[in-house]
Ligand binder design. Structure first.
Ligand code: HEM
Length: 199
């Protein structure tokens, strides 16, 4: 990417895949291993720490990976002169900032407060109606709104971009069709070429 600079055709696909790695590290790795510690796991099972891990790992690792793969395919199938990264860049940042706000403003704080109550007053107290209706917890629940809103917007912008680009699909040439361009790029030249008569 360094040498190709801005002309690197799969830049946005690469960005989404890097985001998948980062969230895989944090959502699955850091939070997953944290709640996996027996002393935590025994007390936190099914609390908001699980919710934070589930969102960070599931959307973070697999959501961004799926988006990256979709962008990669779009780049191949869209007419090069119609290719634009503007909406995808917006979607990328909306989704990343959205999930970060969701985790750090709401899910993790609620999870840690819940863990403290589970340690000091017992598991039942940490999941009681009384705990959930406390002022601080209610405020933290409302603080999900900014992150969730950005994430939803990111998903809408991404979907809009895919639909727009579907209007600008490039037609495969006869030569490409016979040579299976995608398979050639992945497996190497020569895949799909008709067998010669000498065989
Ligand atoms: C990309 C990889 C991962 C994904 C997509 C993922 C996803 C999930 C989801 C969706 C849940 C919630 C299940 C439920 O609510 O019933 C969960 C729970 C859990 N995960 Fe992961 N996870 C991943 C990696 C990991 C790793 C690496 C660890 C730790 C080594 C881990 C430890 C746990 C634990 C301990 C729970 C149970 C929490 C509880 O008792 O409530 N996960 N995971």
């Amino acid at each position: 990417m360094d040498t190709a600079g801005k002309d690197f055709p799969y830049r946005m696909a690469f960005y989404f895949i890097v985001a998948s790695s980062v969230w895989n590290f944090f959502g699955a790795g850091v939070i997953g291993f944290f709640i996996n510690l027996p002393v935590i796991s025994y007390f936190e099972s099914g609390t908001y720490l699980t919710v934070a891990h589930a969102h960070g790992a599931m959307f973070g690792a697999f959501g961004f990976l799926a988006m990256g793969m979709a962008v990669y395919i779009l780049r191949i199938t869209t007419r090069p002169e119609q290719w634009s990264e503007r909406r995808l860049t917006w979607s990328f940042w909306l989704c990343n900032v959205g999930i970060a706000l969701m985790l750090f403003l709401s899910l993790l704080p609620v999870g840690f407060l819940q863990l403290e109550v589970a340690f000091t007053e017992g598991y039942a107290a940490s999941r009681s109606l009384e705990f959930y209706s406390g002022n601080l917890i209610q405020t933290l629940f409302w603080l999900r709104m900014p992150g969730d809103t950005l994430l939803i917007l990111g998903a809408i912008v991404f979907a809009g971009d895919i639909l727009t680009k579907l209007l600008f699909q490039r037609k495969a040439t006869a030569e490409e069709t016979s040579r299976h361009i995608i398979a050639d790029r992945i497996v190497g030249e020569g895949v799909g070429e008709p067998d010669s008569d000498d065989d």
